[in-house]
Design a protein around this ligand. Structure first.
Ligand SMILES: Nc1nc2c(ncn2[C@@H]2O[C@H](COP(=O)(O)OP(=O)(O)OP(=O)(O)O)[C@@H](O)[C@H]2O)c(=O)[nH]1
Ligand SMILES: [Mg+2]
Length: 211
């Protein structure tokens, strides 16, 4: 039987272009990172069960700000602009890098990273940099090998094994995903719900303390 979706209440909160626009640094946040056009925004929409939540596009460079979604009070998902997109003007790229670097470095509420990779091109240089950075900061990381629908089953499994082997010992979980087919929704939702402290005893006791 399908589980109820713990992210179904997700709503657009705001798009951040400048550090001053960031919501208060409170509660728990998970950022969705990955190369440009990997399928980050589509993954977020599939996970939240709302195809219109985050803007997606065939053209790389769609997400141009840090886009915050509120799942519950002080519980955010953050859609990051893709890294590695060459056609964004240099000045804008530099601005994003500065904003994203600072966000990743300083944001206390940030507790985990969902790293989205196109299953056909996993673990590129930028992915490795992001992984090293996140692990050095002690963030929990889960890798989605998305667009799995683009490969036959055997090659999906092979790619999963290869990425798992490359990340063995790092504590990073890797899974297959397809926004198009709804593949891998439940384990990814479970990770997000846990990291955002949604539902279950933890959130109940946290609420009891807050009241
Ligand atoms: N076949 C297939 N296509 C997908 C899947 N996920 C995303 N796409 C397509 O990939 C393209 C990019 O998707 P986005 O979700 O906008 O990618 P993004 O990583 O947010 O891109 P930027 O914001 O530009 O960095 C779109 O054409 C999507 O329809 C998937 O699971 N399967
Ligand atoms: Mg996007």
């Amino acid at each position: 039987m399908p589980q109820p979706n713990p992210l179904k209440a997700a709503r657009y909160l705001r798009a951040v272009h400048l550090p001053a626009q960031l919501p208060p640094d409170e509660g728990f946040e998970v950022a969705v990172a990955g190369r440009s056009n990997a399928g980050k925004s589509s993954a977020l929409n599939a996970l939240c069960g709302d195809g219109k939540l985050a803007r997606t596009s065939k053209t790389p460079g769609r997400t141009q700000q840090l886009v915050f979604f509120e799942v519950a009070a002080q519980r955010h998902l953050v859609d990051l602009p893709g890294y590695g997109y060459a056609e964004v003007p240099e000045a804008l790229r530099r601005h994003w890098r500065g904003l994203i670097d600072r966000y990743l470095r300083e944001r206390a509420a940030l507790c985990a990273l969902l790293l989205v990779m196109d299953i056909r091109h996993p673990l590129r240089e930028f992915d490795r940099l992001m992984l090293d950075y996140a692990l050095a900061r002690g963030l929990a990381v889960r890798v989605l090998l998305t667009k799995a629908d683009k490969l036959p089953r055997g090659r999906q499994a092979q790619s999963l094994r290869e990425v798992q082997a490359a990340l063995a010992g790092s504590g990073v979980a890797v899974q297959l995903f397809s926004a198009l087919r709804g593949l891998g929704l439940e384990p990814a939702r479970g990770f997000l719900a846990e990291q955002l402290r949604l539902g279950g005893a933890d959130a109940d006791s946290a609420r009891a303390v807050e009241q």
